[in-house]
Design a protein around this ligand. Sequence first.
Ligand SMILES: Cc1ncc(COP(=O)(O)O)c(C=O)c1O
Length: 391
Amino acid sequence: MDPWLRFRQDIRCTEDLTYFNVGTMGPMPIPIAERLLNLWDEWNTQGPGDPARYEAWHDRVEETRRTLARVLALSDDRLLTLKQNVSAALLFVLAQIRLAPGSHLITSDEEHPALLAPLMDLARRGHPVHVIRFSAEDMLEQIRVILQGHSVGLIALSHVSHMTGRVVRAAELGRLARDHGVPLLLDGAQALAHVPLAEAVSAADFYIVNGQKWSLAPAGCAALVLAPGAVERLDLRWRGPGRGWHTQYPQNWEGGWDWVDPAQFESGTQPWPLWAVWKDALDYLEVFGWEQLFEHQHRMARDLAAALAIVKGVELAATPDQGTATVAIRLSGWAPEALQPALRSRGVVVRALGAPVRGIRLTVGAYNNEEDIRRAVDAVRDLAANGTLPS
Ligand SMILES: Cc1ncc(COP(=O)(O)O)c(C=O)c1O
């Protein structure tokens, strides 16, 4: 069977919906959803607190860590710590980053509230925030000018914009940040299984991914990658007991426990089946081949953008021109907040975007097909004739 057709048949919501919102939440393929339920059942029926079996859950999580390390092409000197979501990983870094009093921060105009919220907190603590234009050609130049004029404590922005799918020139940005001795945080929430990301991971001091979007894992899966020296940039307060069981009281309270383990940032009992099944989701995708997967998604997204572009009243706000699978449009006469539910009433699932795009975003998975494109374009064409705003 055609592998893409098999993929589609594994995605249940494609039966009833034209699902163009993997950028918010990826649907789990049937084998992954079944595996998750089985793991949960196993955990429960085998006696969830049985010390004889508990170690096996830690081992499964280590398999996920190893799989992620391979997919992200991590060098051995990078630490990968699991988190529940990108928001928690962002808070982990931004609430603990060592900043000189009054030092400035750099971010962009296309960031998710999960990054904006902790940045606002830092701004309230006396760290002015500079907002560069993410999609501008001179994006790096804007950053260079700020770095030359101010003492900057952190650059924190998306690797892939959740609004436009635009991809940052990570290697150059990494060099620029390093040349100025400024740590770089890249929010890769939109990157994993969407675009190649090894270069960006190695350019950043802090790189963050989640599992629930293109990598089709359940919500509850995310990871923070720390470059060598990145831990020292944090004033660590969120350090837990890590893996295993420490029966010994510390002899030296100030010194803490004298071991380093990425799990020490994972504090406490976790929903192990969620983290274990992330490996299975990555294995499922890897069978297609990452290059083939990216190419297939990208081709669908290009076809979608081309078909939408010729609908009267449509303006393309973002095209998948960097190998991505994200399209954004504006429709004359329609506010995005009204267009999203109007499309949903026709079975098409998309996401409304605020400024600077002020449109709707369609994110494409490799399970989407020509039929989905036709249905989405028909729905948009239909609505184009019935705008709710004066155009
Ligand atoms: C760029 C970006 N950052 C952060 C987030 C928040 O991710 P999470 O729900 O895993 O915290 C998202 C989710 O849509 C996102 O797209």
